[in-house]
Design a protein around this ligand. Structure first.
Ligand SMILES: NC(=O)C1=CN([C@@H]2O[C@H](COP(=O)(O)OP(=O)(O)OC[C@H]3O[C@@H](n4cnc5c(N)ncnc54)[C@H](OP(=O)(O)O)[C@@H]3O)[C@@H](O)[C@H]2O)C=CC1
Ligand SMILES: CC(=O)N[C@@H](CCC(=O)OP(=O)(O)O)C(=O)O
Length: 346
């Protein structure tokens, strides 16, 4: 059994990860760390895992954890991982970081969007962006895997075939994404209180959201030249789920049939992509699963394609994709532990 650990195990992303790892047939959890709850059992914090994961939560010690584990997942707030991971740690242990520290290959772009300094710029060259469907080969040999953000996973997967196959004008991309409140994490925040979110729907971080450069980095690579996107996130009063509605102007003469073949070509044989064509996805179709469902329609009147993607932010948008990355890296079988509906502590 592969020995694995989670630092930040008590957050929403970390606890979803623990729930997945407990049910993974080829791994054993050797280490769980928490900031506020060390000394308690994981199941005291998440009673739905009583009998499933009663491990003691330890004080965070990444050196010690990297000696006990072959794979260590970091599910910490942004800006922490880059100050903890070192070359020596990566020599003995595979790190899968669920935060943003190693997602952007250019440290100046990171520092300008995250407004904080990067703690290990020398490791950025080693990091592989862990969007499994696009970077499977490189993930297979990486010791530092940057698990993508939730909005970004959904938006990039939805737009990738259109951009890569040059079916759309790359200067015309607009993405409206909506997320459930678990996307904001478990820590106390005014904006996550029930009365602040229930019965309401709002856009936030307009023109400034930090997932914008991540989407641009990946779509630019597929485009073969830099592009920019208009990305607007929204908050929906539901626990989990992300829906990205993506608009793009069609290049002259492109038909709906060509769009459909591009999606089929790109995602042939992918276990975690569900192509829905004009039926269009909803978040409930992918809740508690590692799937990304994608649908599309051409509007002949405006000459645009509207492509819609849906994921569960805590699964394909975080913990599920982290497990998929581990499976690829460690040759465990990409679907191991990611059964059609996964266990959830929430
Ligand atoms: N929520 C989501 O949908 C997604 C989250 N992510 C990323 O995953 C990471 C975790 O997010 P999420 O689970 O939502 O956040 P949470 O706020 O729910 O959890 C954060 C975790 O980090 C720990 N922590 C907080 N402050 C410190 C500190 N100063 N030192 C050590 N540990 C600390 C917390 O410990 P404790 O509980 O003990 O206080 C908790 O375990 C983030 O980088 C986030 O961007 C990525 C994709 C989706
Ligand atoms: C609803 C909500 O607040 N969502 C978070 C995104 C969570 C996430 O996946 O992003 P990172 O991993 O990059 O933090 C936000 O907008 O900040």
């Amino acid at each position: 059994m592969l020995q694995v650990g989670v630092i930040g195990a008590t957050g929403y992303a970390g606890s979803q990860l623990v729930a997945l790892l407990v049910n993974h047939p080829l791994v054993e959890i050797a280490y769980l760390a928490s900031h506020s709850y060390s000394g308690k059992r994981f199941s005291e914090i998440y009673p739905s895992l009583q009998g499933g994961c009663d491990l003691l939560l330890e004080e965070e010690d990444i050196e010690e954890a990297s000696k006990r584990c072959s794979v260590l997942f970091l599910a910490l707030p942004h800006g922490m991982a880059s100050h903890k991971v070192t070359k020596e740690i990566l020599e003995r242990c595979i790190i899968i970081d669920l935060g943003a520290d190693y997602r952007l290959s250019n440290s100046s772009v990171y520092e300008s969007w995250y407004k904080s300094d990067h703690g290990s710029k020398d490791l950025l060259g080693e990091a592989v962006y862990g969007l499994c469907e696009l970077h499977r080969d490189r993930i297979g040999t990486a010791n530092l895997i940057a698990n993508p953000g939730c909005y970004t996973t959904c938006s990039i997967l939805t737009l990738a075939p259109l951009v890569a196959e040059k079916l759309v004008d790359p200067t015309s991309l607009i993405i409206d994404s909506a997320s459930g409140v678990s996307g904001a994490g478990r820590s106390e925040k005014l904006g996550s209180l029930f009365c602040e979110v229930n019965e309401s729907y709002k856009a936030y971080s307009v023109a400034t959201h930090r997932h914008t450069p991540e989407i641009e980095q990946e779509l630019s690579a597929l485009n073969g030249a830099d592009l920019v996107v208009q990305f607007t996130p929204h908050l929906v009063p539901m626990h989990r789920g992300i829906l990205s509605t993506c608009y793009a102007n069609l290049k002259e003469g492109v038909s709906e049939a060509e769009i459909t073949s591009a999606y089929r070509k790109w995602y042939a044989g992918e276990s975690f992509i569900r192509l829905m064509g004009s039926s269009l996805p909803e978040t409930r179709y992918v809740k508690n699963t590692n799937m990304c469902a994608i649908g599309w329609k051409v509007d002949g009147r405006t000459n645009r394609v509207i492509a819609i993607g849906a994921i569960d932010n805590l699964v394909k948008g975080a913990a599920g994709q982290a497990v998929q990355n581990m499976n690829i890296r460690c040759n465990l079988g990409e679907e191991s532990g990611l059964a059609s509906t996964v266990a959830s502590p929430l």
